[in-house]
Design a protein around this ligand. Structure first.
Ligand code: HEM
Length: 407
């Protein structure tokens, strides 16, 4: 048995802009030294699909770093600091079950299916506004869509949308360890708290609508969760669903700009659009994650001691050549059946995955009908790789199609 620190591993510049812009050559290089591990400044990177699958399921040996991050940020006693330590992603055991149980039913596929007309209506409204432009940055367009569905899902008006989006962006970056931004992060967190507080107060005053918010308020009323947990869960949902879903749609558009025939078929055939989304979930996705080892374990002859930080590159694990033939070809008809790791593994597997997939399926099907022949119209800019990864600028030009001209 070899301890992880004794291995001679490739050192990956994981937070560098070169790697954020194009991570694949770095992972190929890492595989020349070891088939499932690399080193980096923030922890050991588990580079292989199979190893990610096996290790991420060891929930009792791993924990999401919370306190460590709060200490680095000097944020003990702040609202954001409390959130980072208390939130569901950091919780485990009975507490995690209790928190997850407070809203899980609302995210099941049957309930998500009922929201599809709402998604279609929302994306059509945004397209009515944006499609006539003939050119725009697709990242700006995409940032409007899933968050408006989330607002509608929680039965709230879009009046405060621009302000809330701004603070969701800040919250999204709050785990990138930029200490100098702590004041802004805390202000953003307090704004999000006040926003969800208004939602709760308004709903209690107005009476039930039978939606997600009612399910969660009922969990508070029955004593399953506290008032603070209700607020934190709502903030987590807005935050976990915002940057991720919009980035999946953007990454899909980036793939389809190179595949005009696939793009066209996504507009014509909804079942084919679903296949394209599934292939994107293998090809490149938005969310990487980390775990701190809390109890030593052995995996494939390597001892991994308590205190080791592990990074799971879920965003590109579908490009592992050991699992996928011709991994760099975008092929919605590919035969392999390995499940996507985009939504994680183990007990924290994404609660909103069916909602996210449905949003992107409905989105791309309608976008491909109203935005014909999209072309790249400028340089593409990428986020840093750790945390939520994706594209920050995707300028496109295209031929607008009016709603009335749709089949
Ligand atoms: C493409 C979109 C999305 C991606 C790629 C994504 C990815 C992930 C991943 C990888 C995890 C697990 C993180 C870990 O174990 O460290 C996770 C957890 C979670 N996601 Fe998502 N997510 C997406 C959309 C959403 C949406 C739309 C919502 C809700 C509105 C949501 C809510 C959550 C919640 C609440 C958790 C924590 C679950 C728990 O701790 O048990 N996500 N997500």
């Amino acid at each position: 048995m070899t301890t992880i620190s004794q291995l001679e591993l490739y050192h990956m510049p994981i937070a560098s802009s070169e790697l954020g812009n194009d991570p694949l050559p770095f992972f190929a290089k890492a595989r020349e030294s070891h088939d499932w591990l690399a080193a980096s400044d923030i922890g050991y990177v588990v580079t292989g699909y199979k190893a990610i699958d096996d290790i991420m399921r060891l929930d009792d040996k791993l924990t999401m770093p919370g306190e460590e991050i709060v200490d680095i940020m000097g944020a003990r006693g702040t609202g954001w600091g409390d959130f980072a330590i208390d939130q569901m992603l950091v919780s485990s055991g009975e507490r995690h079950k209790r928190l997850r149980g407070a809203s899980a039913s609302a995210f099941m596929p049957g309930n998500v299916k009922r929201l599809r007309p709402l998604m279609q209506e929302t994306v059509q409204q945004i397209l009515d506004e944006w499609a006539p432009k003939g050119a725009f940055d697709f990242t700006e367009f995409a940032s409007q869509f899933p968050v408006r569905v989330m607002f509608a899902l929680l039965g709230t008006s879009t009046e405060r949308l621009p302000e809330i989006m701004k603070y969701l962006e800040i919250h999204g970056e709050s785990f990138n360890l930029e200490v100098e931004k702590m004041d802004l992060i805390e202000r953003g967190y307090q704004t999000l708290w006040a926003f969800v507080d208004d939602l709760i107060v308004e709903r209690v005053a107005q009476g039930e609508k039978g939606d997600l918010l009612d399910t969660m308020i009922a969990a508070r009323s029955s004593g399953q969760i506290t008032d603070k947990e209700l607020h934190q869960l709502l903030i987590l949902m807005f935050a976990a669903g915002y940057d991720t879903t919009k980035n999946l749609l953007i990454l899909l558009m980036r793939s389809l700009l190179d595949e005009p025939e696939v793009y066209r078929r996504c507009g014509e055939d909804f079942d084919y659009a679903k296949k394209a989304v599934k292939e994107q979930l293998r090809f490149a996705t938005p969310s990487n994650t980390m775990r701190m080892v809390k109890e030593q374990f052995e995996y494939r002859g390597v001892t991994i001691p308590a205190g080791t930080m592990l990074v799971f590159p879920l965003t590109i694990s579908g490009r592992d050549p050991a699992m996928f033939s011709d991994p760099d070809t975008f092929n919605p008809e590919r035969p392999e059946k390995h499940a996507t790791q985009a939504f994680g593994r183990g007990m924290h597997i994404c609660l909103g995955q069916f909602l996210a997939v449905a949003n992107v399926e409905e989105g791309v099907h309608l976008i491909a009908q109203r935005i014909a022949n999209p072309r790249l119209a400028g340089p593409v800019a990428w986020k840093p790789f750790p945390g939520v990864w994706g594209i920050t600028s995707l300028p496109i030009e295209f031929d607008p199609v009016a709603a009335e001209a749709m089949a």
